[in-house]
Design a protein around this ligand. Structure first.
Ligand SMILES: *Cc1c(COP(=O)(O)O)cnc(C)c1O
Length: 376
């Protein structure tokens, strides 16, 4: 091998690593993290991603997984076993609810959903076998902001772990571990990778003990990420701070524009003074409010369709957090499986449109909206 020094980490597209001799093998076991054996156990590309996310979240370490879903699975399985009980915020990502209610219950776990009004009062929901509570920094699609420090105080009082899904906020806005959470998970698919070209997840733990459990679960269940996807995500992560500033600045400008538009009935964005947790969002988000916003036009399917078709270049794509703006329709996608009653209770009606605001020039986005809203 020539003596080469790449400035960035090359892609280690290999499933296995070779050893010189038995001494090298012994060294691998004696000095964990110094060498590699098998990509499912660890790979320089996924390790780089884990290290960089952990640096941002300020934990004891991170574990990279194949998706946001497997990150949530790894976090829950690290702490819980059959017979255990978990609490989950009522307003949660649909996939997380499906994992808890439909799958983990099949292997002997129990789940209780905590109504939003009782979030900081868990006494009546906690049982002797309750192990953790799962909640999101900002809820989808109505951007309700969680007071993490307040919830962490309550989970500590109840002697259960707090697992925060920080996907919408990112560590640029909020660092849940510093506010008292025990475990943070991300769908790296979204802002951390940022370019809508990777599916990945990460778990970051405050304590070494949890970290080791998550590592074991990742390895034994085979929840690892591929080297190439790890490389892509680590590359995207390098611009996270810049992107979040632009997402947030565009988000605020769009929210303000929508708020004054006669065809818009309501806007949900934590950066607006009218938002019920505006002050909390400001403090907990370092003055940034992120790139996600929702708004309601009239509850009329035909009008929503006209709006979508009239957007010159913004696609209707049911994901989020890419550099390009996209829209989604919560009633038709993420909240489709809820009962009509639940949808009504949450306020998710046919006229509610979710915007994942990209990093384009804000004037371009407002011009697009102007055209599309005229068609409503
Ligand atoms: C997308 C998402 C997930 C699931 O992540 P995948 O990478 O799609 O598996 C979990 N939580 C939140 C808040 C998400 O937006």
């Amino acid at each position: 091998m020539p003596d080469i020094h790449p400035k960035t980490t090359p892609i280690y597209q290999t499933s296995v690593f070779a050893f010189d001799d038995l001494d090298a093998l012994e060294l691998y076991f004696e000095q964990p993290g110094q060498n590699y054996m098998y990509t499912r156990y660890g790979n320089p590309n996924t390790d780089e991603l884990a290290r960089e996310v952990n640096k941002l979240e300020g934990g004891a370490g991170g574990v990279v997984t194949s998706s946001g879903m497997s990150a949530i699975l790894a976090a829950v399985l690290a702490v819980c076993k059959a017979g255990d009980h978990v609490l989950c915020a009522e307003e949660i990502y649909g996939g997380s609810a499906a994992l808890l209610s439909q799958e983990l219950t099949r292997i002997g776990m129990e789940v209780t959903y905590v109504p939003t009004a009782d979030t900081y009062n868990l006494q009546q929901y906690t049982r002797p076998n309750t192990r953790l509570m799962l909640a999101e920094t900002m809820s989808n699609p109505l951007l309700q902001v969680l007071d993490i420090a307040k919830l962490a105080k309550e989970t500590r009082k109840q002697s259960i772990k707090l697992v925060i899904d920080n996907t919408f906020a990112t560590p640029i806005l909020t660092k849940p571990l510093a506010l008292g959470a025990d475990i943070v998970i991300h769908s790296v698919t979204k802002y951390l990778s940022g370019h809508s070209d990777v599916t990945a997840g990460v778990v970051v733990c405050r304590e070494q003990e949890d970290l080791q459990r998550v590592q074991t679960v990742m390895k034994v269940y085979g929840l690892n990420l591929s080297p190439f996807e790890g490389w892509l995500a680590a590359r995207g992560l390098k611009t996270l701070r810049l992107r979040m500033k632009q997402h947030s600045s565009n988000g605020l400008q769009l929210a303000q524009y929508l708020q004054q538009h006669p065809k818009v009935e309501k806007v949900w964005y934590p950066g607006l003074a009218e938002h019920p947790q505006h002050e909390l969002a400001k403090e907990q988000g370092q003055g940034l409010f992120g790139g996600m916003l929702s708004f309601r036009v009239k509850d009329d399917t035909a009008a929503v369709n006209r709006f979508m078709r009239a957007l010159p270049s913004i696609p209707f794509a049911p994901s989020l957090a890419g550099v390009n703006t996209s829209i989604s329709h919560p009633l038709g996608t993420s909240h489709r499986s809820l009962s009509a009653e639940q949808q009504q209770k949450l306020g998710i009606t046919v006229g509610v449109i979710r915007f994942s605001v990209g990093i384009e020039e804000p004037e371009e986005l407002i011009a697009e909206l102007e055209t599309a809203l005229a068609a409503v």
